[in-house]
Design a protein around this ligand. Structure first.
Ligand code: GUN
Length: 287
């Protein structure tokens, strides 16, 4: 049994990014926007900004009031779209209910959309011609790549159909040649479906939803859940202790997918930096 050490894989990825940044002609720049003061979101964006600084990126953290209007937020995005020092723009979700999240995401130029949530980036992933790929599913693929495990023809079951994880995860696995099922809250006989899986990706946000008898002997189990228990500890969607001896490989929480999401955001910002630099150079040579 292998415990997939996301913390270690993320550290190696950050190390490789730090080396690449040293070769860049200017520091890649990431702007992170937080609207309101949800404590969990505040921790996420603090971690994202800190990771940026550690690899040598320029990081701009914008904290906006929960009362910001849609127009004001859109004009911030337009300003950042035009800013040549900013390669990536990340708007932390969820946004307050009076803001139409979709319009905000679509306002970000696709080559600065480091979350990979815009319809252009989602569409490219769906066509198996990916450009910027959503961070968490891409991070999971990087974790799977560390195993000596061919995904081609494998039966994968994803639990959760969100735009951030479940849906793009399904495309990532399909693009790798796997057969994919997405289960969600209206799925019938979910346990039977999960029991058939060679690879399980749990992203439902329900503490220890996946129990020992849901898992086939020798399955690969990836836990995307981050759930806070009453005692303050973090735990996943998978009953790790009960399942670990049955699995071929399993990711823990904490120390699994979480650090990979942040390292992959940095990787995406570097992809965006390269594209933005290429475009700037093209514009300069055309003028
Ligand atoms: N909220 C929860 N996960 C994410 C994420 O990956 N990106 C953004 N922007 N917001 C989130």
């Amino acid at each position: 049994m292998t415990i997939i050490d996301g913390k270690k894989i993320a550290k190696e990825l950050r190390h490789a990014i730090t080396k690449e940044v040293k070769k860049c002609s200017r520091p890649p720049g990431l702007a992170v926007i937080l609207v309101g003061d949800d404590p969990a979101s505040e921790i996420y964006i603090k971690n994202k900004s800190r990771a940026c600084v550690e690899v040598g990126f320029y990081s701009d953290q914008l904290h906006k009031s929960a009362n910001i209007t849609q127009e004001e937020l859109l004009s911030e995005i337009h300003r950042l779209n035009a800013n040549k020092s900013i390669d990536g723009i990340l708007v932390q979700l969820p946004l307050p209910a009076h803001i139409d999240s979709n319009s905000i995401i679509e306002a970000i130029r696709p080559e600065k959309d480091v979350d990979g949530f815009s319809s252009e980036n989602v569409g490219k992933l769906m066509q198996n011609k990916p450009f910027i790929r959503p961070c968490t599913p891409k991070g999971v693929m990087s974790m799977l790549a560390t195993l000596d495990y061919d995904l081609k023809g494998k039966d994968c079951v994803i639990i959760g159909a969100s735009n951030i994880v479940g849906r793009p995860m399904s495309m990532e696995l399909l693009n790798a040649g796997a057969t994919v099922q997405i289960c969600h809250k209206d799925t019938k006989d979910i346990v039977e479906k999960v029991r058939t899986a060679d690879v399980i990706v749990a992203a439902a946000g329900v503490t220890h939803l996946v129990k020992e008898d849901w898992v086939k002997e020798g399955a690969v189990v990836i836990d995307v859940g981050i759930n806070r228990l009453a005692n303050g500890k973090l735990t996943g969607d998978v009953d790790f202790d009960a399942i670990k001896d049955k699995a071929l490989a399993i990711s823990p929480v904490p120390g699994g997918v979480g650090p990979m999401t942040i390292a992959t955001l940095l990787e995406n910002t570097l992809v965006a930096y390269k594209e933005n630099s290429r475009r700037l150079e093209e514009d300069t040579s055309n003028n």
